[in-house]
Design a binder for this molecule. Structure first.
Ligand code: SF4
Length: 415
């Protein structure tokens, strides 16, 4: 049987999509070694120009390492750059998002192929097992209607559409009976779930929580305006992970408006304080160095960051993406300044995270991932990392840590 290696770039949604492709592959062997594979499927990301270059660099290095491998481009990059890369012979095949369930047939092609499909499809594949993961990722929706000015995603993943509730619940039932207890709900814009099918994220969460074996539910990323009353009613449920990722992207209203965002700082701070009062650790996405972020704007934005009860951050340095509204604004922030701001922001949240862990170091419920050299790592309910030393194999186990040692970037426990 021919050997296939999967290389995944980008976000959790892409990780999920790779699992969908794996679930649909029947007449091939999955390989862990790209240099000894007959076919390499690249599940690509195109979120910035930099992401495009990473994919191109990977293709070049692959051609040196394994010149005979057939390279197949999948993922968002297939929609943005697939045609060019296919026409210039960089890749053997291109398959769009909607073609994942046809992968078994597509990979049998002896002739180069370009199957871009459409951007309206919804996956119906039920992913039964996640290789090497103790948490299961469930994609509940596709696409986004927000049109933030820096983002290409709506162009390469289409408009927001929800997966059928029955498919999601069936998938979770199977995974729970296969031993998974923690579920991470993902999608391009998770909080928009249900709007197109007369339902809501809160209604879905309630149904998922009643499935036998479901112990904890995490939610990928929410927009502030999507936390509605129905969702707020669930905050004290024991199965809700006590960590929410609320995508603010900035704390200056001027920047938020330039970025065509729907949130405003005054409402964001009220919301985050409300969630923190309910015991939640709070993460966010934040973009630094977007054009227009003057020194005065940055200073005020940072003061505002300090005032927020944040514990985690995904800080991104703005990177221009062709064909987006922001790409037409003249860049007035140098790379060096953006780097300084990025460091300032991450140091602030690092300090806040430590402060949070100094208070919340007891009764941590942790699902451990597979370990190495007697060290096991996992996330607690607040999405903080716990490192456990144990002679016993604890992979995939839930533990309750009554008290842990708080270290600089993580918590630690001798088991
Ligand atoms: S919410 Fe904004 S940043 Fe997120 S995918 Fe949609 S357009 Fe992009």
């Amino acid at each position: 049987m021919k050997k296939v290696y999967f290389k995944t770039f980008g976000c959790r949604t892409n990780q999920f999509d790779t699992q969908v492709m794996l679930s649909n592959l029947h007449q091939f062997t999955i390989s862990n070694e790209e240099s000894q594979s007959d076919i390499v499927v690249i599940n690509s990301c195109t979120v910035t120009n930099g992401a495009d270059s990473s994919v191109r660099q990977y293709i070049s290095s692959l051609k040196r390492k394994n010149p005979n491998a057939k390279i197949i481009l999948a993922g968002c990059g297939a929609h943005a750059k697939g045609e060019t890369l296919w026409k210039d012979g960089s890749v053997f095949g291109v398959m769009g998002h909607s073609e994942k369930s046809n992968i078994n047939k597509l990979l049998q092609n002896e002739e180069p192929f370009y199957e871009i499909g459409d951007l309206n499809h919804i996956d119906t594949t039920v992913v039964e097992n996640f290789i090497g993961k103790s948490r299961a990722f469930i994609k509940i929706q596709e696409g986004c209607n927000f049109d933030c000015s820096y983002c290409i995603i709506p162009q390469v993943r289409g408009r927001a559409r929800s997966h059928a509730e029955d498919t999601i619940l069936e998938q979770i039932k199977i995974l729970a009976s296969n031993g998974y207890g923690e579920f991470v709900l993902t999608g391009t814009n998770v909080g928009s779930y249900g709007r197109d099918i007369g339902s809501s994220l809160a209604a879905l969460l309630k149904k998922i929580s009643s499935i036998r074996g479901v112990r904890r539910i995490r939610i990928g990323s929410l927009e502030p305006i999507q936390i509605d009353d129905g969702f707020k009613e669930l905050l004290n449920e024991p199965w809700m992970a006590k960590h929410l990722h609320i995508a603010l992207q900035h704390t200056s209203d001027e920047m938020l408006s330039l970025m065509n965002r729907r949130n405003k700082f005054n409402e964001d701070i009220k919301l985050l304080n409300f969630l923190a009062e309910h015991g939640y650790a709070l993460g966010t996405d934040y973009i630094v160095g977007h054009p227009g972020e003057s020194e005065a704007i940055w200073k005020e934005a940072m003061q505002r960051v300090w005032s927020l009860p944040l514990t985690h951050i995904h800080a991104f340095t703005y990177s221009r993406r062709d064909n987006t509204a922001s790409a037409f604004i003249k860049q007035d922030i140098s790379g060096d300044i953006a780097k300084i701001r990025h460091n300032e922001l991450t140091s602030c949240i690092k300090a806040k995270n430590r402060e949070f862990r100094e208070i919340n170091y007891k009764n941590l419920e942790v699902l451990l991932e597979s370990g190495q050299n007697n060290i096991y790592k996992g996330f607690d309910q607040y999405y903080n990392t716990l490192e456990v030393f144990s002679q016993e194999d604890l992979s995939g186990n839930w533990i309750l840590a009554e008290s842990v040692e708080v270290q600089d970037e993580k918590n630690r426990l001798q088991f």
